[in-house]
Design a protein around this ligand. Structure first.
Ligand SMILES: Nc1nc2c(ncn2[C@@H]2O[C@H](COP(=O)(O)OP(=O)(O)OP(=O)(O)O)[C@@H](O)[C@H]2O)c(=O)[nH]1
Ligand SMILES: [Mg+2]
Length: 195
């Protein structure tokens, strides 16, 4: 059963004036296109195809708001770094994300989803710097951990942890093997507990 029986999709926004009321608290999920953001949300909420996943990068092109329970939300952000998107659209997403991060009062944490086989990319580092400037607590899900042997997954975790220092927390995660779901839920709930 879902840990969030009251969870439901709220709306998809293509412009800031479509965002739902900025009250309560919410945690945003960001990351490169195709990293596994929507899959991570589905495992955390424990509902299949709650957030839509796809093999085609760039699937989530809107800011999708989900309510976990009254006044507590999870936000699926459009993936960044997908090259085959027209420049105009990429700029539109960029502005949308920037407005979201700069104006959203209820934003209380960021979950950054990173494909463990790629590690942190420059896009991710930019996102981390941005979160630090807000400031916003960041938790990284090194996802698709099922794709690596245990030893290499552990080494990847150490490497990212070293690079981050105290700047953010990081864990192994897999939407396929369900590894790390409880840990991620714990971090999410701590972010949603204050206020
Ligand atoms: N093996 C494995 N595959 C995964 C995992 N998480 C996601 N995938 C696959 O990776 C692809 C992309 O997953 P999504 O969750 O749609 O990724 P996303 O980050 O939401 O992508 P965009 O919304 O397009 O930016 C899909 O084919 C998923 O099935 C995982 O933990 N393990
Ligand atoms: Mg997605």
């Amino acid at each position: 059963m879902s840990q969030y029986p009251q969870s439901k999709f709220v709306l998809s926004a293509d412009a800031p004036d479509q965002f739902p009321p900025d009250s309560g608290l919410e945690v945003a999920v960001a990351g490169r296109s195709n990293a596994g953001k929507s899959s991570a949300i589905n495992l955390i909420v424990n509902r299949r195809q709650f957030a839509r996943t796809s093999k085609t990068p760039g699937r989530t092109q809107l800011v999708n708001f989900f309510e976990l329970r009254p006044g507590r939300r999870l936000v699926d952000l459009p993936g960044y770094g997908f090259a085959r998107v027209p420049v105009a659209q990429r700029e539109h997403w960029g502005r949308l994300l920037q407005t979201y991060f700069e104006s959203r009062q209820s934003l209380s944490g960021l979950i950054l989803v990173v494909d463990i086989r790629r590690g942190l990319t420059d896009f991710d580092r930019r996102m981390l710097a941005f979160a630090e400037s807000v400031p916003l607590p960041v938790h990284i899900l090194l996802t698709k951990a099922d794709k690596l042997p245990r030893g290499r997954a552990a080494a990847a975790l150490l490497k990212v942890r070293k690079e981050l220092g105290d700047g953010a927390t990081v864990q192994l995660f897999s939407a396929t093997s369900r590894e790390g779901a409880d840990e991620a839920r714990g971090v999410l709930e701590r972010c949603l507990a204050n206020g």
